[in-house]
Design a protein around this ligand. Sequence first.
Ligand SMILES: Nc1nc2c(ncn2[C@@H]2O[C@H](COP(=O)(O)OP(=O)(O)OP(=O)(O)O)[C@@H](O)[C@H]2O)c(=O)[nH]1
Length: 308
Amino acid sequence: MPANMPDIANQAKAQTEGELDWVGMSNIEMPLMIEVEGETRPVSALIEAFVNLKDPKAKGIHMSRLYLMVDELSTESVLSVSNLKTLLHGFIESHNDISDNAQVKFEFDYHMRRKSLISGKLGWKAYPVTITGQIIKGDLNIELAVNVPYSSTCPCSAALARQLIQNQFNQTFAGQESVKSADIMDFLGSTDGIIATPHSQRSIADVKVKLADDTDGFPIVDLVDAIEHALKTPVQAAVKREDEQEFARLNGQNLMFCEDAGRRIKATLNAQKQYQDFWIRVNHYESLHAHDAVSVASKGVEGGYRNH
Ligand SMILES: Nc1nc2c(ncn2[C@@H]2O[C@H](COP(=O)(O)OP(=O)(O)OP(=O)(O)O)[C@@H](O)[C@H]2O)c(=O)[nH]1
């Protein structure tokens, strides 16, 4: 590098003095290798990298230093919990006099092979994942967030549809003392037998968990599995007719308002002790309304995600 290049970040003074909470870069596009539950695989990530600017007089941070450290992770290493910690410490060490907090965020799709409900066929599902690491006042915080799509069928709509089905039954067999079971079977198998269907919608659970201090891995698969198990109606990948029928049964047996879905996930995560805190936002993208039904819940840790 030529010796006489101006170095504004080091040499200039701030026009207006003041500390800044975060300064850095967002939307850095990089491929990465990520280590999840013993498996390493490539993902395409959008990254944010920040430090604070604690020196009110310093002109700016050294963006290139943060960028090059993230680039080194991308080209020579893997994203693991221990490398995430090293990266954050590196951010602060590279800004020794002017920063003492650091933050990095990785957003990517994590593909999983998912098995169909009955036929055993396999297909891909891409789960949006965000991993955030922070060191603030020396305290490390690692957060994992996932979006899990599922189907929710409205319990109120189901009850109203059942009433219409009963009315239709009465109308069809009106005045008959007794009805042959074969006639009832025929009725149930006809369009008239299911005169109304409850509305259901593709729904998404946004879930964030704060990992315990001694965590040594990112429990992406565990977390998604736990949420899908709690809800029972995850969106499917490969689907044959027998799978679709089972999906219809599961929807019918797991009618859910957004409150039900939020409580199911909350109960499941409360039972899993590895998360210091969690936050859930359940979004039901209604087909009845043009607006969404939403519930939010957290573990209830004071000073944590509560009321976020
Ligand atoms: N701090 C800061 N830098 C910016 C901004 N926008 C672009 N940059 C550029 O980021 C580049 C890298 O800055 P530095 O990390 O200080 O680069 P450098 O001086 O070559 O690297 P060092 O010798 O390690 O300090 C510079 O060319 C800046 O102009 C901004 O808003 N703030």
